[in-house]
Write a protein that binds this ligand. Structure first.
Ligand code: ATP
Ligand code: GLN
Length: 149
């Protein structure tokens, strides 16, 4: 459930066929987020260990019981997920549902347009490169076609 959320907005600017959803999250929420993304058919995700500071600052995360350090950055994970435009909102909703504790430091999500995608193995570009076998588009089209029978 999204608390104080904005209504979802179609038509991102600048307009693009694909977007990158970049989420900076608490590391211990990653398994929950990843499981939910896989369940919804998101197969391509890049995860990076990062450090940063925001409203939470660097002073509120106690590390393994040791005393906090004013200067320390807070350890986070960054998820990068490139999806087609119509999948952006559901990816955002899933990340919020799974990552949110309601406490300061839950993280932030950035959305940006992606100009092109190239699959290295095949040289495919654009839509062909973005689609993943058994991915969300496949799941939804199977669901839709079986519903139409
Ligand atoms: P192939 O069919 O050749 O295996 P693929 O599309 O499945 O291609 P991989 O080569 O398996 O892609 O992906 C390599 C890495 O690229 C992944 O481990 C992941 O980090 C990243 N990646 C792939 N697709 C995406 C995506 N849509 N969004 C974010 N990261 C991705
Ligand atoms: N949009 C792709 C598909 O439906 C999935 C992209 C992804 O897993 N990041 O096949």
């Amino acid at each position: 459930e999204v608390v104080n959320g904005n209504s979802s907005c179609e038509g991102y600017l600048p307009k693009a066929e694909f977007y990158k959803v970049e989420a900076i999250l608490r590391p211990w929420r990653l398994p929950h987020v990843a499981t939910a993304l896989i369940k919804m058919g998101i197969r391509g995700v890049t995860v990076t260990d990062v450090k940063g500071f925001g409203a939470q600052g660097g002073s509120r995360e106690r590390q393994a019981g040791s005393e906090f350090c004013e200067e320390a950055f807070v350890v986070k994970v960054k998820l990068e997920i490139v999806v087609s435009q119509d999948q952006v909102e559901s990816v955002i909703d899933t990340i919020i549902d799974e990552a949110r504790t309601g406490e300061i430091g839950d993280g932030k999500i950035f959305v940006s347009p992606v100009a092109d995608i190239i699959r290295v193995r095949t040289g495919e570009r654009g839509r062909k490169a973005e689609r993943m076998t058994g991915g969300r588009a496949d799941i939804l089209s199977t669901y839709t076609s079986s519903n139409n029978i």
